[in-house]
Ligand binder design. Sequence first.
Ligand SMILES: NC(=O)c1ccc[n+]([C@@H]2O[C@H](COP(=O)([O-])OP(=O)(O)OC[C@H]3O[C@@H](n4cnc5c(N)ncnc54)[C@H](OP(=O)(O)O)[C@@H]3O)[C@@H](O)[C@H]2O)c1
Length: 274
Amino acid sequence: MILVTGASGQLASRIITHLRTAGADVVEGSRSPATGGRAMDFDAPATIDMRGVDTLVLVSAGYAEDDVVVRRHSAVLDAARRDGVGHVVYTSLVGAGDHLGFALAHRATEELLHRSGLGRTVMRNGLYAELVGALLTWDGGLLESPFAQGRVAAPTRDDLAKATARVAVDPAGHDAVTYELTGPAFTVAEVAHRLEAPVRELPLGKYREGLLAASGLLPFQAPMLASIASTIRHGFLADHGPDLAGLLGRAPDSGVESAVEAALAARPGALMRS
Ligand SMILES: NC(=O)c1ccc[n+]([C@@H]2O[C@H](COP(=O)([O-])OP(=O)(O)OC[C@H]3O[C@@H](n4cnc5c(N)ncnc54)[C@H](OP(=O)(O)O)[C@@H]3O)[C@@H](O)[C@H]2O)c1
């Protein structure tokens, strides 16, 4: 049996769909599972039940301070060891993303996984193309970008999900492997071209000022988002390697269309227009 955590999330739900399409025996793990799923909250370790699970797909539960995220993942790996899970597939962050504000929690989790003695595969995911699009902002019909001319090898969530499902159905064939999962690189200029929108470049200081002034952001999020902008802008996420194509058996999709859709969805009034 394969258990996928974070089942209600955008990546995990796609992984589950691809596993079901492949005919795998899948169970959903979630704080709010569908019928037949397992209720589990990583912040409440007593709720984590891994009995009967052969392969665990641990989708990172980020969006919190490092200590919280590492504690969550540590609790899951403790439960996996206790309950006799055979193999863990962990969705991590691409190695080139070490300058990103959320890299540390991923590297700490990889280390915990390594030391756990469990069978393991690390899926080091590039920044989602959808995230790149969603981080662009609009001023009327003008697209604002903090990424300058930076190229970003951002894969689509769906390609990452397909690759993860491929690994989860044959974990022994991927044991002790770390995959660096990137897509064809693109720039915001290509996204803007599809949107037929002019781009205004935001210097990092102005971008950070806007983040700090924004309501609804948690304290860790402004520096985290600023680190994404700086890392893309300075070309650290531009390199596209072969691992994702190797798992998919074809070239990864370009992320441009996904970024365009995400940018359109983030445009004020998008819901009213659709
Ligand atoms: N590579 C990238 O570009 C990138 C960007 C952003 C985030 N990430 C990481 O990738 C993960 C998946 O991305 P996504 O786009 O699918 O995010 P998402 O749609 O926001 O889903 C995040 C999932 O994390 C799970 N989660 C949060 N707190 C949890 C807790 N206390 N216990 C158990 N599960 C918890 C939730 O699962 P349930 O609600 O089902 O319990 C939620 O569905 C994120 O959580 C984050 O760590 C990667």
